[in-house]
Design a protein around this ligand. Structure first.
Ligand code: R5P
Length: 291
């Protein structure tokens, strides 16, 4: 087996390669002035190749995966596994307006046509229960970082309340609460636009408490910032945030910090300064399980 990593995920891929005791090599990328991508793959390959790349900012990355996967198969690679801790386009799973394209299954099928296995972490599956419904490959593996996050929080806090900022976050906050032993509640969120959200807190006593907001991702950061504002108003003593995927688009990080959150943590699914919870062992176990 060989692991190949794209540049922005190389550090994490090194940890995965170390955990699996498998060789690692790099894919070199060049972006032409017109936006096209040129890939350069190593010449020494293996029968089974694992491609590592998280799919935040996904559009160019998807084209590059297509070029890479097709070339590897042409060169005789028998099995291709995609390790994409953040899996893109999973949120768009129904048309909320007439004419809207439902991307989840389309992108899922694209990936299923390129890879024999797809391994990801905490994908945003809301209206379906299994990843294989969106990505129809034999091994469509959706891992969860809940146990790692719970263990991390237990090391930081003796007592805290966990808050899921919307109904969709309940699956993660409930799991982390179960693992950590912390109490939890789930807020109601109304999204009025990409950067406008309203949040109604659940009926819990937040006054004087340490509260940790849990979500699968922060994109514009508006959800975390609004939840933090509401918790301040409710008298919370300190507010922290943990997300699996630190997308942090545009001014997200600054915007969340200005809302008065004490600290933000994330997994290393995406390279970011908040990444404190490493996924390599979780991913390595999943790779070993499919062999
Ligand atoms: C949506 O349901 C997700 O779980 C996140 O809450 C959402 O994507 C966060 O987005 P933003 O950071 O843009 O508010």
């Amino acid at each position: 087996m060989l692991i190949l990593s794209f540049p922005e995920y190389h550090e994490q891929a090194q940890r995965l390669a170390y955990s699996l005791a498998v060789p690692l090599d790099k894919i070199y990328l060049h972006h032409f002035p017109d936006g096209e991508s040129l890939l350069n793959l190593p010449s020494a390959l293996a029968e089974h190749v694992l491609i590592c790349r998280s799919l935040n900012q996904p559009n160019d990355k998807l084209i590059e995966l297509l070029l890479c996967a097709r070339t590897l198969k042409q060169k005789g690679v028998q099995r291709l596994t995609l390790v994409a801790p953040y899996l893109c386009y999973m949120r768009q799973d129904f048309a909320s307006h007439p004419g809207e394209v439902v991307s989840q299954g389309i992108i899922g099928e694209l990936l299923a046509g390129l890879f024999d296995d797809v391994i990801t972490v905490d994908p945003h599956l809301h209206r379906i229960s299994r990843l294989s419904q969106a990505v129809p490959v034999d091994n469509a593996i959706a891992l969860t970082a809940s146990e790692l996050i719970a263990r991390f929080l237990n090391q930081q806090f003796d007592h805290a309340i966990l808050l899921g900022p919307d109904a969709e976050s309940e699956q993660w906050v409930a799991a982390i609460a179960g693992e950590s032993g912390f109490n939890y509640g789930v807020a109601e969120k109304i999204r009025q636009g990409d950067k406008q959200v309203q949040i109604v807190l659940p009926e819990l006593k937040f006054k004087g408490q340490t509260v940790i907001i849990i979500d699968d991702m922060a994109s514009t950061g508006r959800t975390l910032a609004k939840a933090t504002n509401m918790l301040h108003k409710a008298g919370a003593k300190e507010i922290y945030a943990v997300v699996t995927h630190a997308l942090f688009c545009g001014d997200a990080e600054e915007y969340i910090r200005q809302s008065g959150v004490t600290k933000i943590w994330s997994t290393d699914s995406i390279s970011h300064t908040s990444a404190s919870i490493y996924l390599d062992k979780l991913l390595a176990r999943a790779v070993e399980d499919i062999l």
